[in-house]
Design a protein around this ligand. Structure first.
Ligand SMILES: *[C@@H]1O[C@H](CO)[C@@H](O)[C@H](O)[C@H]1NC(C)=O
Ligand SMILES: *[C@@H]1O[C@H](CO)[C@@H](O)[C@H](O)[C@H]1NC(C)=O
Ligand SMILES: *[C@@H]1O[C@H](CO)[C@@H](O)[C@H](O)[C@H]1NC(C)=O
Ligand SMILES: *[C@@H]1O[C@H](CO)[C@@H](O)[C@H](O)[C@H]1NC(C)=O
Ligand SMILES: *[C@@H]1O[C@H](CO)[C@@H](O)[C@H](O)[C@H]1NC(C)=O
Ligand SMILES: *[C@@H]1O[C@H](CO)[C@@H](O)[C@H](O)[C@H]1NC(C)=O
Ligand SMILES: *[C@@H]1O[C@H](CO)[C@@H](O)[C@H](O)[C@H]1NC(C)=O
Ligand SMILES: *[C@@H]1O[C@H](CO)[C@@H](O)[C@H](O)[C@H]1NC(C)=O
Ligand SMILES: *[C@@H]1O[C@H](CO)[C@@H](O)[C@H](O)[C@H]1NC(C)=O
Ligand SMILES: *[C@@H]1O[C@H](CO)[C@@H](O)[C@H](O)[C@H]1NC(C)=O
Ligand SMILES: *[C@@H]1O[C@H](CO)[C@@H](O)[C@H](O)[C@H]1NC(C)=O
Ligand SMILES: *[C@@H]1O[C@H](CO)[C@@H](O)[C@H](O)[C@H]1NC(C)=O
Length: 586
């Protein structure tokens, strides 16, 4: 053979080998129509020209395995494959693979190694939670919703209305791709509907689910420049053994628009109770799930673009009691009288009917009556312990109320008489309490900041105003249990030593995401800030300063830009110190 022929044979053989070594590269990125993705391997660019049939965000293609073990994703012009953008870090081929995970352009990791919270109290015996991959720690999947753009615009332009539309959805995590048809989506939240970054609720068709769940919430966390208060509070709620949602993050896209970084939380709707209390077995019996809904049926943004929220013109007054300095509420377990319809007309809403029979508000009415009959000032003895235990799972109430105080929750049972759930456990016949929606916690507050963060829990706003706590704590045993919960949860969980590593981890994980989120145009308008600014209530801190322009770093580590929000780090040290000092545990 001539030398040339030999060389040609070698080259052909080499190319054949390297082509046999081709692997599939998968990368998520939103690129304009005249651009495409590519991968840079050993100084050569290979276009990735295919897109997934269920989402144009996911680009893929075959290219050789890297000899150097390194590669980068690039963005190319479609017509001449000229490079437009290149990742500024190097990816490492870590194992023998035929296909990469579904990677994200510009993000150097697929799974972030996130420190986890310890579990400090055993889950309540009633909890039998299903195993689910809905929330994988350290992963940030993509949710791509797509459909009729004018319907989407209608939802966003009418943000205070309750318009629901159907869209298709593709869910892309590092390992999975799942597609869904005809998801019902709408906006969620009450006051947070007035923010320019909106929250969504998604409902999947009957017979379909995302890792066992059909109803999920995409939480915008728009009142929280740290993006992590909701996450921390949900995780802490689980860590003290209360029924709750898991919590993770996603990147949301709608059609060809990036919407932002969102928290994923489970909506307390079917089949949530089966998942939380019966290992996901839908045929097993469960009881009624109620939540409290102060804002239900009310539109606080006036009638400019809305007539679906009750239709009253005069509805911009804040629901606030100037004398007691807390929100007025008809669902704070006050006894409203002996007519059961007073409890069922919007105060306590049924989120899930029981598997047998229908929701029975008599249970709640009877409980509020019982509470109203207990002494609220004079010390009772322990003889009423069993009377309480017959009606409620006292542990769940004490843990929930401990969390409200420890987390400086200004939108829960104590301060606003809102945002908690009651589960009627059909097995024990008792009501169980837990909490949800942690927008205004951990140093973000609409209320007197001194009182929200002080060590003396009896001065916490609402503590002696709402009917429950003065009466529950009149029982010596419950008072002792409650105080030891306050000390225990603070000492073992909500303090800088345990929580700061988790906060630092979340900060690192979210840094690029937050930068991305804050660079995006918003689809809604800032109605709430205008409303708060117009309101003269002495209670409500200035809206502009509440939702301040703090950077992500300032929101987490300080310094504070206003005196109504505290950065997370300072809040944490201040909060735990005040509580432990009060109990002489420092
Ligand atoms: C690519 O398309 C965008 C609009 O989507 C346009 O602004 C840009 O000029 C185009 N670039 C090229 C090189 O054609
Ligand atoms: C391997 O990838 C290269 C570059 O994309 C392509 O030209 C070639 O056809 C692929 N070979 C096989 C066997 O798929
Ligand atoms: C890469 O770019 C991002 C911004 O897109 C920046 O935050 C990061 O520090 C850069 N990394 C390196 C290694 O230059
Ligand atoms: C306090 O916390 C510790 C450690 O997490 C736990 O073992 C103990 O049972 C708790 N005690 C009370 C009274 O809750
Ligand atoms: C949703 O998916 C179905 C089935 O693939 C398809 O027929 C329909 O056109 C899709 N709708 C939109 C808006 O893309
Ligand atoms: C949505 O808002 C527009 C004006 O912004 C209004 O004309 C329309 O009636 C509203 N639609 C609904 C369903 O509320
Ligand atoms: C709104 O409510 C206030 C206080 O309840 C009342 O004084 C005022 O007249 C009402 N305005 C209208 C337009 O009904
Ligand atoms: C509701 O529960 C009460 C006891 O709490 C019971 O007496 C009543 O029959 C129940 N009503 C219905 C309609 O099930
Ligand atoms: C305590 O009970 C008395 C008598 O029932 C009642 O008048 C008073 O308002 C109650 N106080 C609180 C703080 O609930
Ligand atoms: C806030 O609460 C503290 C402690 O309860 C109290 O001393 C202070 O006067 C309150 N400040 C305002 C502005 O109400
Ligand atoms: C009530 O029970 C607690 C805890 O079991 C006990 O420490 C306390 O002495 C009891 N108090 C009375 C007045 O019986
Ligand atoms: C953020 O800063 C800009 C300019 O400094 C100001 O106009 C805007 O009102 C601020 N927004 C908030 C929410 O504080």
């Amino acid at each position: 053979m001539k030398l040339q022929a030999i060389l040609k044979a070698i080259t052909t053989a080499f190319v054949a080998v390297s082509q046999a070594n081709n692997i599939t590269y998968n990368v998520v990125s939103l690129v304009p129509h005249n651009q495409t993705m590519g991968v840079l391997i050993d100084d050569r660019i290979y276009p990735l020209t295919e897109t997934n049939k269920d989402s144009t965000l996911l680009h893929y293609g075959k290219a050789p395995k890297s000899n150097s073990g390194h590669y980068k994703y690039v963005i190319l012009l479609k017509d001449n494959h000229q490079m437009v953008q290149c990742e500024n870090f190097t990816r490492v081929v870590t194992r023998q693979v035929k296909s990469t995970l579904n990677e994200c352009f510009g993000r150097p990791w697929n799974k972030f190694n996130l420190p986890l919270l310890p579990t400090i109290l055993p889950p309540l015996p009633v909890i039998n939670r299903v195993q689910t991959k809905l929330h994988v720690d350290g992963e940030i999947p993509v949710i791509h919703l797509f459909g009729n753009q004018s319907e989407i615009d209608l939802v966003h332009k009418n943000q205070t209305s309750d318009i629901k539309i159907e869209l298709n959805m593709t869910y892309i995590s590092p390992k999975d791709i799942k597609s869904f048809q005809s998801i019902t989506i709408g906006l969620s939240g009450h006051s947070t509907r007035g923010m320019s970054k909106l929250s969504y609720k998604l409902k999947m068709k009957k017979g379909t689910d995302l890792y066992g769940y059909r109803n999920i919430k995409l939480r915008a966390t728009s009142a929280d420049r740290s993006y992590m208060r909701d996450k921390l509070a949900y995780d802490i709620t689980r860590s003290v053994g209360l029924p709750s949602s898991g919590y993770s993050y996603v990147r949301l896209y709608i059609n060809n628009q990036a919407i932002g970084l969102f928290g994923v939380a489970e909506a307390f709707k079917k089949p949530w109770s089966a998942n939380e209390f019966n290992h996901g077995h839908k045929k097993q019996e469960h009881g009624t799930l109620y939540t409290t809904d102060v804002g239900n049926g009310k539109n606080i943004f006036g009638s400019a673009s809305d007539d679906t929220f009750g239709g009253k013109k005069n509805k911009t007054e804040p629901v606030y009691d100037e004398i007691n300095r807390v929100g007025r509420s008809t669902c704070d377990l006050s006894y409203l009288g002996n007519n059961v319809s007073l409890y069922s007309s919007g105060q306590y809403s049924v989120k899930e009917e029981p598997t047998v029979g229908t929701a029975n508000f008599t249970k709640i009415m009877d409980l509020t009556k019982f509470i109203s009959q207990q002494p609220n000032t004079t010390q009772a003895d322990n003889s009423t312990v069993s009377l309480w235990e017959e009606r409620i799972d006292v542990d769940s109430f004490l843990r929930g109320m401990a969390l409200e105080v420890i987390l400086s929750n200004s939108d829960g049972y104590l301060v606003t008489g809102n945002n908690y759930m009651l589960y009627d456990d059909n097995k024990s016949g008792r009501l169980i309490l837990s909490e949800q929606d942690f927008d205004l916690v951990m140093g973000t507050s609409m209320y007197n900041i001194t009182a929200m963060h002080g060590g003396d829990y009896t001065e916490f706003p609402g503590f002696t105003v709402r009917p429950l706590m003065p009466r529950l704590l009149a029982v010596p045993q419950f008072k002792q249990d409650y105080e030891s919960l306050l000390v225990n949860i603070t000492k073992h969980l909500v303090n800088p030593k345990i929580l700061m590593p988790v906060i630092d981890g979340l900060y690192s994980m979210l840094f690029e995401e937050v930068t991305w989120d804050q660079s995006l145009p918003r689809v809604g308008s800032d109605l709430l800030l205008d409303l708060i600014e117009k309101s003269n209530s002495s209670a409500v801190n200035s809206g502009r300063s509440l939702f301040s322009n703090a950077t992500f770093k300032e929101a987490v580590y300080g310094p504070d830009l206003s005196n109504s929000t505290m950065n997370l780090k300072q809040w944490l040290a201040f909060r735990s110190n005040n509580l432990l000092m009060f109990f002489n545990e420092k």
